[in-house]
Each structure stands twice: as structure tokens, then as C-alpha cells.
Ligand binder design. Structure first.
Ligand SMILES: [Zn+2]
Length: 274
């Protein structure tokens, strides 16, 4: 599932390719991808529009348009965005949900096997309210230990569940929550409000370090994730605990264990994490 590092990888790749280009036409092959908007209304707001910037908020990709509208793409479980030359080979149109034709002869293809992903248009006036429901960006310089401490204060939920809650912190999913908690030596089941100041400092640092390293390695491809050029990321080759049940902890050699926290498969070292 694409999390912050995967979406940021795609954003960085698409920014120079899309900025300044115009959307000449749109194919909606799966109306569910743009629902509740109708395909006609969706196309009407995009046709002829120039893309002025490519941004990201949490796990959402934002294509800013010259109308001040934003085309938002949420890849969810299995969505991919591919930049390619048109026309597309016929075999690549399988599971294609949406195709933007650009005025430079290229296209942006949204494929999605499980069909949970969404594309929608956010009007300028609705933007601030829409994004306010997400927590802070963990890579922002304003995201500091004192700030995370305030978010955790008094919370009894397991720290891992809290990190996965997009209203608390934006962009972290199952992979990076497990890896960041391992690096911070914190048990995923600890009540969030019980972390002391030193642990909160370690966790803040490890969240940033884990996400930055994952961006450097173009994200993690454990199942369907591919970048906008169709390539896999390689952060999965550096996983310390995630999906390594029964394998030795890189630090102490103890077998990595797997439990469920808030319904999500959770991997940790029973010795290194307290
Ligand atoms: Zn260990």
C-alpha cells in the first residue's frame, strides 16, 4: 500500500514532467474511480486545464490546476500512476481506470486492481477544510518532539495505532510504523500517552529517518507498488522487522515476532523494543 515515501517518490518524478503541461482529454474507464462525481462532470473540470504544481499531503497526490482546483489522487491499496507515451499498448489498458491525455503526447495512467483508489476534484474554496482533517506532515520542520508529545498526551491507544491514524500524523502506514518503532526501541503495544520525553524524542527522530531513507530508496515494493516509471522501490530490502517474522533481529539476533495491533499485522523485536 503506497504510504508517504511511495507517494512522495511519485510526486518527485511527476513534478518536472507534469508541471506546465495541459490536460487535453480524459478517459474514465471505471466510473467508480471518480465517484461520487459523474465521469462527465469530472472530465468537464479537467479538460483544457494546465497543471501548475504537483504536491503531496499525507498519502494523497495533488495536481494543482490553473483554475485553482486540485485534482487529488489517492492510490489506497493497489493503485499505480504511470507516466507514459501515448497511445498505450493494448495489454497495458487492463485494469486501467483513468487516463489523462496531455498536450505533449504523453499520458498519466491510473491502474488499480482492487479498485479502492480514488480521483476527485477539490475546489479551491474547499481545500483548507478538506486537508485540515489530516494530522501534521512528519517531515515538516515544525514536526518536533514537543509537538508529537502533545499529540500523544493522555492517549491510551497503542502507539502503533495512533501512528496509523491519519488524523494524528499524516502519511504513515503499516510498514513505516513498524520500522520507526523498531528504530526507536519502543513496543508497538505501549499506550501512546505512557511514552516518556526521551522515547518521544527517539520516536520523532526515527519517524523522520525511516521516511527519509525510504524516499531515498524510492519506497517499498512488497506487493503491487510501482513508481511512475513502472519500477519497484527497494526499501523492502532494508526492512529490520516488517514482514520478517521468525528471522533474526539485526541488532540482537532474537527472532522477530508478529502480533496484531488494531487488526494490523505488527512486527517487532521482543528484546530491543520496550
Ligand atoms: Zn533485537
Amino acid at each position: 500500500m503506497p504510504e508517504l515515501p511511495e507517494v512522495e517518490t511519485i510526486r518527485r518524478q511527476l513534478e518536472p514532467l507534469l508541471t506546465g503541461s495541459k490536460i487535453s482529454s480524459i478517459e474514465v474507464l471505471d466510473p467508480l474511480a471518480v465517484a461520487p462525481a459523474s465521469p462527465e462532470a469530472f472530465k468537464r473540470r479537467l479538460r483544457g486545464r494546465a497543471i501548475t504544481a504537483v504536491r503531496r499531503r499525507g498519502k494523497y497526490l495533488q495536481l494543482e490546476l490553473d483554475t485553482q482546483d486540485t485534482l487529488v489522487i489517492h492510490l489506497r491499496m493497489t493503485g499505480t500512476l504511470t507516466y507514459l507515451q501515448l497511445p498505450m499498448p493494448k495489454e497495458e489498458r487492463q485494469r486501467l481506470r483513468l487516463l489523462l491525455h496531455l498536450d505533449n503526447g504523453a499520458g498519466l495512467a491510473f491502474h488499480d486492481t482492487r479498485r479502492f483508489g480514488k480521483a476527485f476534484i477539490l475546489k479551491a474554496g474547499d481545500s483548507q477544510r478538506y486537508w485540515a482533517r489530516l494530522g501534521p506532515e512528519p517531515l515538516d520542520s515544525s514536526f518536533k518532539a514537543a509537538y508529537l508529545g502533545k499529540i500523544l498526551d493522555g492517549r491510551t491507544r497503542p502507539i502503533k495505532s495512533l501512528l496509523l491514524d491519519q488524523a494524528m500524523v499524516a502519511g504513515i502506514g503499516n510498514i513505516y510504523a513498524d520500522e520507526a518503532l523498531y528504530r526507536a526501541h519502543i513496543m508497538p503495544t505501549r499506550p501512546a500517552g505512557d511514552l516518556d520525553d526521551e522515547e518521544i524524542r527517539r520516536l520523532t527522530r526515527s519517524i523522520k529517518a525511516t521516511l527519509k531513507k525510504a524516499i531515498d530508496l524510492q519506497g517499498s515494493s512488497i506487493d503491487t507498488y510501482r513508481d511512475s516509471q513502472g519500477r519497484k522501490g527497494s526499501f523492502q530490502e532494508t526492512f529490520q522487522v516488517h514482514r520478517r517474522q521468525g528471522e533474526p533481529c539485526p541488532a540482537c539476533g532474537t527472532r522477530v515476532e508478529k502480533i496484531r495491533v488494531g487488526g494490523r499485522g505488527t512486527y517487532f523485536c521482543p528484546i530491543c523494543q520496550k
